[in-house]
Design a protein. Structure first.
Length: 322
């Protein structure tokens, strides 16, 4: 079968190689799936660099999230086992982690539903307890993670402010349904949020960026607001000033969605049922920026980590339907 392999850590475009390899053999509790579409995630690049919390032995195949087909013909979505292996014709996955792919979504959309939308749901509802009528600020609102949070925020009845970088991404964020879009390259984010909220600030802030974005968040979070830390796409890990959180009465909440698989796996299945209902009603639909041919996988991972993409890039194995 065809697979992308990493033999040494480094930048994805430099270290990912396309090869002919033997199919993997399932272990206890695993199943072998035929990949229909593999979504590109930021952790794919971290795996290539050797910076992810899980460091698989070299060589390995990147790709943490797929829409795939079981041997008996069922269409499913899942995170690949360990977690890697998705950029290949065949992938191993934990049998217990298989979820039915929503019928309302095509393969590329289904591949992009699991991690981003589950993260958004748990971040906004389980961690931040977002309420209808509140103001939600989403950093990187036109990206794969941010676009999911925008749609889920609107579904929850929140007023959504999207922060983006550049006019092209601003247009995408408006099309997603943001009530206000702030171009951080041309506007003062803090001043714009305060002006839009009458000086109150945002009740919930969803931050997959870190660095300067977090500093802006702390300056424009409302009284009893909640900042949800999802990731550090900027590369900068902020050091929150706890005295500032104390005097302004706000919370800083961490979200590691992957922990729920071990701590509360039933909650993942319940969330998937909700997301499937939302997709069937058209309330959410993953924003696919590009359907990438299998040969372009390494370039796609590099572009995601470089921050030059909009929405999700999804890799399609040869012969897969777009």
């Amino acid at each position: 079968m065809q697979a992308w392999r990493v033999y040494e850590n480094g930048e994805p475009a430099a270290v990912m190689r396309r090869e002919e390899v033997d199919p993997p053999t399932p272990g206890d509790g695993q199943v072998l799936l035929r990949v229909r579409a593999a979504n590109v995630n930021f952790p794919d690049a971290l795996l290539c660099r050797g910076h992810y919390q899980v460091r698989p032995p070299l060589p390995f195949t990147p790709g943490v999230e797929v829409c795939a087909e079981t041997e008996d013909g069922r269409r499913v979505i899942t995170t690949a086992a360990l977690p890697h292996g998705g950029f290949a014709d065949l992938v191993l996955a934990d049998a217990a982690g298989l979820l039915p792919a929503p019928e309302s979504l095509d393969d590329a959309e289904a591949a992009a539903l699991h991690i981003g939308y589950q993260t958004g749901w748990f971040g906004l509802h389980r961690r931040a307890a977002l309420r209808a009528g509140e103001t939600l600020l989403v950093h990187a609102a036109a990206g794969g993670v941010g676009s999911a949070a925008v749609q889920l925020g609107k579904a929850a009845g929140a007023t959504v402010i999207g922060v983006v970088g550049g006019p092209e991404k601003a247009a995408v964020a408006r099309a997603l349904g943001c009530d206000l879009v702030i171009d951080r390259r041309a506007e003062d984010v803090v001043a714009a949020v305060k002006a839009a909220t009458g000086g109150r600030g945002a009740d919930v802030i969803y931050d997959p960026v870190g660095g300067e974005a977090y500093q802006q968040s702390a300056k424009c979070v409302a009284f009893e607001g909640r900042i949800v830390i999802v990731g550090f796409a900027s590369g900068g890990v902020p050091a929150p000033a706890l005295n500032h959180a104390l005097v302004k009465n706000y919370s800083v909440l961490g979200l590691h969605w992957g922990l729920y698989a071990a701590k509360d796996p039933a909650s993942i299945a319940r969330c998937h049922e909700t997301l499937t209902e939302y997709a069937a009603k058209g309330v959410i639909r993953p924003l696919i920026g590009e359907r990438v041919p299998f040969a372009g996988a390494a370039d796609a991972v590099q572009r995601v980590v470089d921050g030059t993409t909009t929405g999700r890039l999804v890799v399609l194995p040869e012969g897969a339907r777009a």
